[in-house]
Every structure is written in structure tokens, then in C-alpha cells.
Design a protein around this ligand. Structure first.
Ligand SMILES: Cc1cc2nc3c(=O)[nH]c(=O)nc-3n(C[C@H](O)[C@H](O)[C@H](O)COP(=O)(O)O)c2cc1C
Length: 224
């Protein structure tokens, strides 16, 4: 492997979800670097269809309070994407859940502990800052999704590159109308992902959790 390619390969392989953060706020300067790097993402015809909103301080506290209230009461649940997975993917999701729960010391059958675990999503894992990735409703199609997916990956790698961590979330997308209430012109957006980010909490157990991957032959085909 050529030496100069190692840093980028290491960054991709070593990135993992961070689900416990320190309270330390990430500076504007560091955020600027993250944005400049992620903003270099390629996109179809250079359309750059991603929209990114940063929540922090009182704005994040207010959003978190609304999300936790909805999680606790069942209000505002209105997912705009299909929540059902095909059986093959559901099996992987169940395997991931089992592995995380086991790592945290409980079983999938323990519904109370699962609820506490799930609730952390709506607490944004106590991150001091969070990005919301969205796309204009008018622009949305499969192509823009690819563009935004590439942007999302680069955003996570940029976060990693400045020594921070993050956790991509779709769980938060079940309350799109809450996001619309908090984001100016949010009614014109489709939400794709939230990304709590920050300094990983020192000594955190869950942040050392490493997920598995399918063997390459399960998703790769070569035609000769
Ligand atoms: C689009 C997307 C949505 C995700 N949603 C959540 C989520 O809501 N909550 C969560 O804890 N992890 C979420 N994840 C993290 C995945 O579970 C994680 O990426 C996967 O298990 C691989 O683990 P790793 O990122 O640590 O390598 C999401 C990841 C992606 C890419």
C-alpha cells in the first residue's frame, strides 16, 4: 500500500460512533475547518445540495427538551421514511442491537434498559453541539441523496480529523415536525441525519464499542 494513502485509510477504518461526549464546546475555528473540509465534497454537476444546521447552546437545549418530551409522551411521531427493514437488514440491525446491549451489560429482552438506551438518542448523547443535515424538498431525488451521503461521510471524517467524534442518527428523524419548528425555513427541508459531535468523553466504555461488518463477498460482485 502506498505510504501517502495510509492516513486517509486509517481515518476511515478508525472512525466509529461516539455515544458519550464531554461538555467541552467545540470552538468556532474548529467548526469552520470541519465545514471547509466537508464542503469540498463532490456532487453531481457540482450542485452541492446539502444544507447543514448547527445547533448549540440554548437552541440545542430547547430542541433536546422537545425531543425528550416527544419520546416520553409519544407525541409528534411522524416518520417520513419507511421504518420497516427487509428481513436481511433487520437481522443485521437486531445483531447490532444485541451486541451493543451485551456490551453495555444487558440483554435485548430487557425492555426497560433498551428504552433508557434508546432515549439517549433523543438526548443527543449529551453532545454540546449537533449538526442537522437536510436537503431542499424541491431538490430531493436519488441523486441528491448520493451527494448528501458523500457529504455526510466527509463531514464525519472531518470531525474525526480534528480529533472529535460524532454519531450519525436517523432515530431523530421520526420527529421531522419538531425539527421544522426549530429550524428557520425548516418546512422547505427534508431531514436526512442528525450528527451530535464533540470531544469523546474520557474513559467512556460505550465509545470503545466496535461494530462488525459483513464479509466483502456479501456486497461485492465482479464481472469478468
Ligand atoms: C444514516 C445513519 C443513521 C444512523 N442512526 C443511528 C441512530 O439513530 N442511533 C445510533 O445510535 N446510531 C445510529 N447510526 C450508527 C450506526 O449504528 C453505526 O454507524 C453502525 O452500527 C456501524 O458502527 P460504527 O459507525 O461505530 O462503525 C446511524 C448510522 C448512519 C450511517
Amino acid at each position: 500500500m502506498p505510504k501517502e494513502s495510509k492516513a486517509i485509510l486509517d481515518a476511515i477504518v478508525n472512525r466509529r460512533c461516539i455515544r458519550e461526549f464531554s461538555m467541552e464546546v467545540v470552538s468556532d475555528e474548529i467548526i469552520q475547518t470541519i465545514l471547509e473540509v466537508a464542503g469540498r465534497s463532490p456532487s453531481s454537476k457540482n450542485t452541492q445540495p446539502w444544507k447543514l444546521t448547527l445547533f448549540q447552546g440554548a437552541a440545542l437545549d430547547a430542541l433536546r427538551a422537545d425531543f425528550l418530551d416527544s419520546f416520553d409522551t409519544g407525541k409528534h411521531f411522524y416518520p417520513e421514511f419507511p421504518c420497516e427493514l427487509i428481513s436481511e437488514y433487520r437481522a443485521r440491525a437486531v445483531a447490532l442491537g444485541k451486541a451493543i446491549f451485551a456490551y453495555k451489560g444487558f440483554t435485548r429482552e430487557d425492555m426497560d434498559k433498551r428504552k433508557v438506551h434508546n432515549r439517549l438518542n433523543y438526548q443527543f448523547f449529551d453532545a454540546p453541539q449537533m449538526f442537522i443535515l437536510s436537503v431542499d424538498k424541491k431538490a430531493y431525488h436519488e441523486g441528491t441523496l448520493v451527494d448528501c451521503g458523500i457529504f455526510a461521510a466527509n463531514l464525519m471524517l472531518a470531525v474525526e480529523g480534528v480529533g472529535l467524534g460524532s454519531c450519525p442518527q436517523m432515530s431523530t428523524l421520526v420527529y421531522p415536525n419538531l425539527l421544522r419548528r426549530h429550524i428557520p425555513q425548516g418546512d422547505q427541508q427534508l431531514f436526512l441525519m442528525s450528527l451530535p459531535f464533540g470531544y469523546p468523553k474520557e474513559g467512556s466504555h460505550i465509545n470503545d464499542f466496535i461494530s462488525t461488518r459483513e464479509p466483502i463477498e456479501n456486497w461485492f460482485t465482479v464481472l469478468k
